[in-house]
Design a protein around this ligand. Sequence first.
Ligand code: CO
Length: 215
Amino acid sequence: MDNTLMLDSYKKLIDGNRRFSLSKKFEDPEYFKKLSLGQKPDYLWIGCSDSRVPANEVTSTESGEIFVHRNIANLVVHTDANLLSVLEYAVNVLKVKHVIVCGHYGCGGVRAAMGNTMHGFVDNWLRNIKDVYHKYETELDAIQDLDKRADRLTELNVVEQVRNLAKTVIVQKAWKERALHLHGWVYGINNGLITDLSVIHDEKEDIEPIYRFEM
Ligand code: CO
């Protein structure tokens, strides 16, 4: 790609932004004025960084409706300062009512974790998915088709990440005081549809005793 083309593809974003701003103001002259007063989203979305799974777009929601954290393969890692800061702010300050972990079929991170190829630093991150695989090894190894096996690992990964949320002090403290619902979803890149895995957790008793904090 030569320099002119590179500049053009970058400029596309600024042009798109101008159109966005104009059309929002056309629909509602007060749109940005209202947004600038503050945010009160009901949802925290923990999704994959994959460019094909934008939280607002796939749920037909507007700016201000979803607080978002994204990383490779939508992981909830109990030592991740970034994730924990987002979770704490969303739960304690914004007081979101729902935390959603949304994985997606065709996830490159999940697929990479299933193999034995070295990728670099990211292997430390993907190790969390390998641990999920190991936990469900018997079930996963029995699935011959690799795509189907990856799909199942994607679902199990979401289930485990929702459980990881339930294991945090942040979530358990919130449960003591109010209702907070944790959900696990998977998005299909091939059809644009979200499947609810029905792994709803809303109380401390939903996880094993060893992970429950006395408070
Ligand atoms: Co992904």
